[in-house]
Write a protein that binds this ligand. Structure first.
Ligand code: INI
Length: 159
């Protein structure tokens, strides 16, 4: 049996982070977690590109533009959509999730979904470096693993 899997080695990898300013008190911790994890897994600081978006709704279009430059091997999208009094939350979260998935499939660049969707600010804080870990750090690992497993799959196509 041939098993294909991605190692968590980021040496020589170029990674884009697209992060939303909305709920920036939360998202800045996700960005710090992602950047720190990328560096600790071998990604060079100069190979990390951080792009700020106004809100989660704008993450997909900026991720698309960044992915299409060919300058990054993966894009990590980071944001925090927190439920409010109206259903605005659902539109923003839904379009952001669908958009991120669309960009990954259309570009074949791993675009990692690191957008917290929570009922409360407390739940978001828990996932931004406190008791439930750091979603940005988790997504950085997913990016490295996805790039490496894609490279392995593409090697199959070569004679
Ligand atoms: N953007 C977020 O990133 N998080 C939110 O919780 C949020 N809410 O709830 O409104 C939010 N709205 C802004 C949205 O992402 C767009 O920037 C805005 O609608 C302009 O297109």
């Amino acid at each position: 049996m041939q098993v294909i899997e991605g190692m968590l080695a980021g040496e020589g990898m170029r990674v884009g982070i697209v992060a939303s300013r909305f709920n920036s008190a939360i998202v800045e911790h996700l960005v710090d977690g992602a950047a720190d994890t990328l560096r600790r897994h071998g990604v060079g600081d100069a190979d990390i590109t951080l792009v700020w978006a106004p809100g989660a709704f704008e993450l997909p279009v900026l991720a698309l533009e960044l992915a299409e430059t060919g300058a990054v091997d993966a894009v990590v999208c980071l944001g925090a959509v927190i439920r409010g009094a109206t259903d605005h939350y659902a539109y923003v979260a839904g379009e952001a999730a669908k958009g991120v998935a669309d960009v990954a499939r259309s570009t074949r660049v791993p675009v990692i979904f690191g957008i917290l969707t929570t009922d409360t600010i407390e739940q978001a804080v828990e996932r931004a470096g406190t008791k439930a870990g750091n979603k940005g750090a988790d997504c950085a690992l997913s990016a490295i693993e996805a790039v490496n497993v894609l490279r392995e799959i593409r090697r199959l196509a070569k004679p």
